[in-house]
Design a protein around this ligand. Structure first.
Ligand SMILES: *[C@@H]1O[C@H](CO)[C@@H](O)[C@H](O)[C@H]1NC(C)=O
Ligand SMILES: *[C@@H]1O[C@H](CO)[C@@H](O)[C@H](O)[C@H]1NC(C)=O
Ligand SMILES: *[C@@H]1O[C@H](CO)[C@@H](O)[C@H](O)[C@H]1NC(C)=O
Length: 218
């Protein structure tokens, strides 16, 4: 397995807390290579991406709920696939290419907070924005399951010689992000020092976490 160009890495954010009333789910919209603290080059996109600007876009096109509606609450079956159906094979949709990056590169994964940060106060059922986990593999399979991947830890990258593992476990709220919605939290964050907004963000600041791509076994 010789991969210096990690096109095969899959990134899935698992959000353990959702605002059920808002209908607003989040997913990795883009990834960028970061050098010297600065976003460099063109973005990369998830597999099977449906851009928000596409006529076929709906929230559902990019969300994968586990357990799915109809399942017993909080029950994950051993057979529940890790990825959404449209993202189980390495298939990039037209106009949404994969990110080009190399071993040891730092990449930034960007997602929208969709009220999970700025409107948290309005949701009595949640006291935090929840957490995210980022898993990576150079060896993904359409049959990977959530339960299987749940056993991946930070140490697994070393044990598996870089084939798979947990890359990041962090709070959903990166401490900076907001949607420009005039909530007290958004108004406060707008005044803070922040990175330059991308054109696609407009007045919002998307949430982002960086991960470093680990070495892959030769
Ligand atoms: C990194 O960024 C800093 C601050 O913008 C700049 O002074 C420095 O020259 C940059 N270094 C490289 C290697 O580009
Ligand atoms: C890749 O995605 C496109 C667009 O969604 C679809 O038409 C095509 O069948 C997919 N190919 C594979 C191999 O999944
Ligand atoms: C990645 O970083 C490690 C540790 O700093 C280094 O030993 C290795 O040579 C680097 N690999 C590449 C491909 O740059």
């Amino acid at each position: 397995l010789k991969i210096t160009h990690i096109a095969a890495l899959i990134f899935s954010l698992y959000f353990l807390s959702f605002l059920r009333n808002g209908n607003a789910h989040s997913w990795v919209e883009r990834a960028y290579f970061v050098s010297n603290n600065t976003i460099v080059g063109q973005p990369g996109f998830p597999r099977g991406n449906v851009l928000r600007t596409s006529p076929s876009f709906t929230d559902k096109a990019m969300t994968y709920l586990l357990p799915p509606n109809g399942h017993t609450t909080n029950t994950f079956l051993p057979s529940d696939p890790f990825c959404k159906e449209t993202q189980r094979s390495a298939n990039q949709t037209s106009g949404s290419p994969v990110l080009s990056a190399h071993v040891n590169d730092t990449i930034l994964l960007l997602y929208q907070e969709n009220g999970h940060v700025t409107k948290l106060d309005e949701d009595p059922r949640h006291i935090t924005s929840g957490v995210i986990r980022v898993y990576g593999t150079s060896n993904s399979s359409p049959t990977d399951t959530l339960q299987g991947i749940n056993e991946w830890g930070f140490d697994k990258f070393i044990q598996s010689k870089g084939d798979y593992g947990l890359m990041l476990w962090a709070s959903f709220d990166d401490g900076d992000c907001y949607q420009d919605n005039n909530t007290p939290k958004a108004l406060e964050r707008k005044t803070l020092v922040q990175r330059a907004h991308l054109e696609v963000e407009g007045n919002d600041l998307w949430c982002g976490w960086r991960v470093r791509l680990p070495a892959i076994s030769p």
